[in-house]
Design a protein around this ligand. Structure first.
Ligand code: ADE
Ligand code: ZN
Length: 321
């Protein structure tokens, strides 16, 4: 199977191990016991419950130092999974309330960590991520944070803008202003779509100018859309373990990843929020190998597609090939 992996879709807040969150909560005397099960894992029943637990866990991350510690732990974990390049989805709405000055402080602390981690074998970039159910006004503020810090000293670590959260709330096109602002700042664009919504939700994300789609699995129901995705070389950031854990796919064999590849769609593999879904990059690759007989050729191909679609400069891309 593949050695070096490229991960394009990893929520920093969603990658926080439960023990890490418990440690920070204890330091701040916050009682978070309600969000863990008897084994100490995050406990939720459905996607709404997932979002609630996610936001409760994230609420204890309050300072630039908290975020720096989290990033250090997450990048170390990614190195252990054989990941050499990762894009972290980070929501300024959580760190600092999408306030530009607060975001700058958080970013400065994180870029130092990212710089150190580069020396330890992992390159990273940040995709600032608006949260759809918080509405277009907050997304605007997030886009301003992204646009204003895209070229900051610290080496241009912020290279993308995206949107996650509850996909069935509103229309993606309500967020035009935010995506236009990010595009004008030269940022790469991605949006969660076709995870909980149908093919039209993917079309809306494309109308926002996205070159990548977070999940996008509902494209499987629309041959014309799949042809369009293939023709335009739009890349899907697939997270099969997430889809299975959240009940969108029955099991690994039922995941549409192999059919999407057969239809000519560029797919990549990521973990989304690994401790929430009891997954890791190695686990994803192993389950895909088991379910579809994938080996080195298939994994090399998805990693090539991932690098092609990465929101990084061409020098970095060529160095990682
Ligand atoms: N934020 C974190 N994980 C997410 C997911 N799977 N879908 C939408 N928003 C998210
Ligand atoms: Zn996601």
């Amino acid at each position: 199977m593949s050695g070096s992996k490229i991960e394009l879709h990893l929520h920093l807040e969603g990658a926080a191990p439960p023990a890490f969150i418990r440690g920070i909560a204890a330091e701040k005397h916050v009682d978070l016991s309600g969000i863990f099960d008897a084994q100490g894992h995050y406990a939720y029943d459905d996607f709404d419950g997932f979002l609630r637990v996610y936001e409760a866990a994230t609420s204890v991350l309050r300072t630039p130092r908290d975020y720096a510690r989290l990033l250090a732990e997450v990048l170390e974990c990614s190195v252990g999974q054989g990941v050499i390049y990762t894009e972290l989805f980070i929501s300024p709405e959580f760190c600092g309330g999408a306030d530009l000055a607060a975001w700058r402080d958080h970013l400065a602390a994180m870029t130092e960590v990212a710089e150190r981690a580069r020396g330890q074998g992992i390159d990273s970039r940040a995709v600032l991520t608006a949260i759809r159910h918080m509405g277009p006004d907050r997304a605007r503020q997030t886009a301003i944070c992204a646009a204003e810090t895209a070229l900051d000293a610290g080496g241009g670590w912020v290279t993308g803008f995206g949107m996650g959260g509850a996909e069935t709330v509103g229309q993606a096109t309500d967020f035009h202003w935010a995506f236009d602002c990010a595009r004008e700042a030269g940022l790469g664009l991605t949006c969660h779509g076709g995870e909980w919504g149908g093919p039209d939700s993917i079309r809306q994300a494309l109308a926002l100018g996205c070159t990548r789609i977070g999940h996008g699995i509902s494209a499987i129901h629309d041959p014309a859309l799949m042809r369009d995705l293939a023709d335009r070389q739009i890349t899907l950031e697939l997270c099969p373990g997430s889809n299975i854990a959240l009940g969108l796919c029955r099991d690994w064999a039922a995941h549409p990843i192999a059919q999407l590849v057969d239809a000519g769609v560029r797919v990549t593999v990521s973990t989304d929020d690994p401790p929430f879904f009891h997954t890791t990059m190695r686990h994803e690759y192993q389950r895909l190998a088991d379910a579809f007989g994938w080996g080195l050729d298939e994994f090399n191909r998805i990693n090539k597609w991932a690098l092609d679609a990465a929101f990084c400069d061409s020098e970095t891309r060529e160095r990682l090939r």
